[in-house]
Write a protein that binds this ligand. Structure first.
Ligand code: STR
Length: 417
């Protein structure tokens, strides 16, 4: 395949390489192929080769291995100029200095305040506000019903809710939420031309830098202001570091939770016996949330880490300089970890809490508790308000967005009953 995204001509991906489809036409088929390709699989990401880890146990081990780092300068294909900013996935890796892109002691320095602000205990304080946003959006759903009774649960409910929550946390004004939603949609979509993607990332950098300067001049009680202020005796984060963390929080806090909420609703509507159990109080919403996280992960592939030394995994050797992706969807379907029926959605599954969807080790998702609170409020509120909720089209007609790393659908048309 001749790949237009890289400086050097690429050869055909070798036999055994799984080519990741940018159009996401058959996610389950692709997940099965990855699983069949082995513990470590070779993948092709728009002409760029990488390893991916597809099993729970080995992913756990690699996520604790300090020889794998986030620093893009450790990537051989980047050092040699084969991969450049012209590659459509570069924004997933070369995202500026933040807790998402550094390791070790520097990583702890960048991350501590954020993870402390997002503990279950601290989150109790914002629960009433999340409930209020949820109620308002349920009213909006009711009002947005078309003549045929159909309304898009994604654009009217699942998308604005996490944006409102992360916006409140980080101090991003409501007037900017629609702009951010539009920009991130274009950022993640593989249909967006790369020049456009780079331009929007530059615009977002200006937006976030302005916001950080504003909060530096007039601190408020949000997390962005807290990140700017120095710890007692500690060294403050630089402006670039605050901007990087802010970007990471908004992008992650909004995009991934959309998937969690919608995928849970979809799973319940297509497994009515399990929905009945939950509504009858025979199973908890937490079981729905954990099983959805395992079975239909919001993040399909997490890009990327780089080997600073040769790393042996089973019969394979990740060479120094090679890139490693973590394929969370395949890991959630690991039959060795979850049993032979790993492909089935089952909220009573004994291993439902033993998924790795939030990662593992030092970079484990700092927003995990927040997303659980959001989904734990949104899902019961939705089904309580609209007990007759159902899909307005056959489930097979729901399409995925052309996004390689996230598991996101185009729209989710429902009838509210
Ligand atoms: C998007 C672009 C950007 O400006 C900053 C970041 C850093 C955090 C990333 C985010 C990215 C993409 C989605 C990620 C998120 C962290 C968690 C989220 C990868 C690259 C997940 O999907 C798990």
């Amino acid at each position: 395949m001749n790949c237009p995204h890289t400086a050097a001509a690429q050869t055909d991906p070798g036999a055994g390489t799984v080519v990741i489809d940018p159009m996401v036409q058959d996610l389950d088929g692709e997940t099965a192929r990855l699983r069949d390709a082995g513990v470590l699989a070779r993948i092709d990401l728009l002409g760029v080769p990488a390893w991916t880890v597809t099993r729970h146990a080995e992913a756990r081990q690699l996520l604790l291995d300090p020889r794998l780092v986030k620093d893009i300068d450790a990537w051989g294909l980047w050092q040699s100029g084969v991969v450049t900013r012209a590659w459509p996935l570069i924004g997933m890796i070369d995202a500026g200095r933040s807790m998402f892109t550094v390791d070790g002691a520097e990583h702890r320095r960048l991350r501590t305040k954020t993870s402390q602000a997002l503990t279950p205990r601290r989150l109790e304080a914002i629960r009433p506000e999340i409930e209020k946003f949820t109620d308002e959006l349920l009213d909006a759903l009711d009002a947005a019903r078309g003549e045929d009774g159909v309304v898009d649960l994604k654009s009217v409910f699942a998308q604005p809710l996490p944006m409102k929550v992360v916006g409140m946390l980080m101090g991003v004004d409501e007037s900017q939420h629609a702009m951010l939603t539009r920009q991130y949609k274009a950022f993640f979509s593989m249909l967006t031309p790369q020049e456009e993607r780079l331009a929007l990332l530059a615009e977002l950098d200006v937006f976030y830098t302005d916001l950080v300067r504003e909060k530096t001049a007039r601190p408020t009680d949000d997390l962005t202001s807290a990140l700017i202020l120095a710890e007692e005796g500690g060294e403050p984060l630089t402006e670039e570091e605050v901007v990087g963390n802010l970007k990471a929080m908004v992008a992650a806090g909004h995009e991934t939770t959309i998937g969690l909420v919608l995928n849970a609703v979809r799973a319940l509507l297509s497994h009515p016996d399990q929905l009945r159990m939950v509504l009858a109080g025979e199973a908890g919403w937490d079981a729905v949330i954990e099983e959805t996280l395992r079975w239909d992960t919001p993040t399909t592939h997490l890009l990327m880490r780089f080997a600073t030394e040769d790393i042996t995994v089973g019969d394979d050797v990740i060479r120094k300089g090679e890139g490693v992706v973590v394929s969370y969807r395949a890991i959630g379907r690991d039959v060795g970890h979850h049993g032979p029926d790993a492909d089935a959605f089952d909220i009573t599954r004994p291993t439902r809490n033993r998924h790795m969807t939030f990662g593992h080790g030092p970079h484990i998702c700092p927003g995990a508790a927040l997303s659980r609170v959001e989904a734990g409020i949104a899902l019961p509120a939705l089904f309580t308000r609209f007990p007759g909720l159902r899909l307005a089209v056959p489930d097979e007609e729901i399409t995925k967005l052309p996004v390689m790393t996230q598991n996101d659908m185009t729209a989710f048309p429902v009838l509210l009953g």
